[in-house]
Structures are given as C-alpha cells and as structure tokens.
Design a protein around this ligand. Structure first.
Ligand SMILES: O=C(CO)[C@H](O)[C@H](O)COP(=O)(O)O
Ligand SMILES: [Co+2]
Length: 213
C-alpha cells in the first residue's frame, strides 16, 4: 500500500521543508489539491506553486484537480511536473475526453467521484484509467470527518478490477487516520491520502508509519 500526504494541510510558509520531511519519512506520493473556488467552495494553489516544488523532491506528484472544466488546466498541470492527474467526474461534460487528453500528455490519468456519486457512473472510463479516487469526505477542505458509507465503493471497485482485469489503483481521500485508514485498506484501497492526520503531528514519520498495517 502507498501513503500520499496531502500538501493542503502543510505549513505553506515552509512548504519546501515540509515536503522534504515527508519524503524522508517514507511517503510514496505527494497529494496536491488544486481548488478553484467554483467546483469547490475554497481556493488553494495552482501549477505555479507546485511547479516550484518539483525540482526539490522525487515524490510522485499526485494532482487532484477540484476545478470546474478541468480540461482547461490539464496541460499546465502536466507542464508543472504532475505524474498523476486526477479529474472529477462531476466537473466536466466530457470525462472520457479529459482522460484521453491526460494520457496523450504522457501522464497517468485518474478519475475521482464525490460521496454522492455512484461507482456505476465510471463504467465507461474504468478500462482507461490508472487510478480511481474515492472521496471519503465532500471535497473542499481538510480536517473533515470520514464518511463511512463510502467504504462499499472501494469494495465494488476492487471487485470490478478483478472481474475485468482493469489496472487502476484505488485511492481514498478525506478524513483518513489510523482507524479509518485501516477500514479502507480492509475494503481494498491501495493508496491512502492523509492531510491533517499527518501534518498536525510533529512526528510525521510516526504518523505515516501508523497508517501502514
Ligand atoms: O481533497 C481534499 C479535500 O477536498 C484533501 O486531499 C483531503 O481533505 C485531505 O485532508 P484530510 O486528510 O485532512 O481530510
Ligand atoms: Co485531495
């Protein structure tokens, strides 16, 4: 399993040091939450900010685009050094086209659904994607409580992957701590995103280690 600390909960005044610390502590991905104030009621940062961090770390840049019509920003995200670009099913009229756009730029393509969207909405893109992200909170803010009803989606995605020999990783995002993270892993998750749980602790290595079974 992999751990993806979410930069949203890091100290923005010392971002480079925060990133180096979680890399040394054994993180696998750096989860990068881009918010536009339209698709979600919050604004975070964009490609100019994480692009500046790219030369400072070898962590996989796992970009979660919470923006309306993400096709407008996929290219800039790729150019800023993203490795995985994940777009919301709910944010575009053309989810299949955006996935193709991401792949044509040589990046791994992910799709993400809100707690209110069923796995069935993803039928047509599951054969194409490298990652499926299940929101375990409503997107927009760190530090929210895990929504238990999302666990059944993880199990569904795992069963579909086995049945059809799909290749996507299953990632979960929101309200993940040692307890809820374990439930996600038991249900079949491969990647745990955790923001406040990791960055609110002074010992980030202990926090990351506590998420591993
Ligand atoms: O996408 C996100 C919010 O929309 C974040 O990745 C997520 O909320 C992480 O924060 P926390 O672990 O504190 O819930
Ligand atoms: Co996220």
């Amino acid at each position: 399993m992999k751990i993806a600390p979410s930069m949203l909960s890091a100290n923005f005044a010392t971002l480079a040091d925060e990133i180096k610390e979680i890399e040394a502590a054994g993180a696998d991905y750096l989860h990068i939450d881009v918010m536009d104030g339209t698709f979600v009621p919050n604004i975070s940062f964009g490609p100019m900010v994480f692009g500046a961090l790219r030369p400072m770390t070898n962590l996989v840049f796992d970009c979660h685009l919470m923006v309306q019509d993400p096709e407008r920003y996929v290219e800039a995200t790729a150019q800023a050094g993203a490795d995985i670009i994940t777009v919301h099913y709910e944010a575009t009229k053309h989810i299949h086209r955006v996935i193709q756009q991401i792949k044509s730029l040589g990046k791994k393509a992910g799709v993400v659904i809100n707690p209110g969207t069923p796995v069935a909405a993803l039928d047509s893109v599951l054969p194409e994607v490298d990652l499926v992200l299940i929101m375990t909170v409503n997107p927009g803010f760190g530090g929210q409580s895990f929504i238990e009803s999302t666990l059944t989606k993880i199990a569904k995605l795992k069963a579909l992957r086995e049945e059809h020999q799909y290749h996507y990783e299953i990632e979960v995002d929101g309200g993940v701590n040692a307890e809820t993270g374990r439930k996600c892993l038991d249900a079949g998750a491969d990647v745990l995103v955790a923001g406040s749980y990791i960055f609110n602790q002074t010992d980030r290595k202990a926090a990351i280690d506590s998420l591993r079974p």
